[in-house]
Design a protein. Structure first.
Length: 183
């Protein structure tokens, strides 16, 4: 019996993706995974970091206002020649679709809710919480049933699965990717 093996290096070939907050941490891991899968990727963030994927087009900007969102989406579409995938890893929820489009375009929308992930921002907040509880920083990992904090790549793999054709019948879901912490 032959076994089918997915060629993940081509699963996003010809697709164009915009990743907000994609210059470091979880966003950078998602952008890199999309690039590895053959997608053309625009990363939008306030600043470029050493983690910003080298193969992505970087657009500096802030999506805290609707006007800022529209400008960055327009710049992204211009850079990519269109847009097939949006990973809204930061800020505004009303990022791309005009309200008049509604659900008629069969657009899949899912949420990935990460647990404690090793990122600069997450580490800072987690350490403050643990200190307020009088616990050492490493105690946070002990509270996770799988025994460790998450890595940006853990969240990226779940996110990319939901973006892929393998999840074509999944929409309107909230996936908790947290090592069992939220059970």
């Amino acid at each position: 019996m032959s076994q089918s093996v997915l060629d993940l290096s081509k699963e996003f070939a010809g697709r164009r993706a915009l990743v907000t907050g994609g210059s470091r941490g979880i966003g950078a891991a998602i952008a890199q995974r999309l690039l590895d899968g053959g997608a053309s990727v625009v990363v939008v963030a306030r600043n470029r970091h050493e983690q910003t994927p080298a193969g992505a087009t970087f657009i500096k900007g802030d999506i805290l206002t609707l006007e800022g969102c529209k400008k960055l989406v327009d710049e992204s579409i211009k850079a990519l020649g269109g847009l097939d995938i949006l990973v809204n890893n930061a800020a505004a929820a009303d990022l791309v679709l005009p309200k008049e489009l509604g659900a008629a375009h069969k657009i899949r929308v899912n949420i990935v809710t990460p647990g404690g992930v090793e990122t600069p921002g997450g580490d800072k907040i987690r350490n403050e919480i643990m200190a307020a509880m009088g616990a050492p920083p490493e105690a946070a990992a002990a509270m996770v049933p799988l025994g460790r904090l998450g890595l940006p790549s853990d969240i990226a793999e779940a996110s990319v699965f939901l973006l892929s054709p393998r999840a074509i019948w999944i929409t309107g879901q909230n996936f908790h990717v947290d090592g069992g912490f939220s059970f």
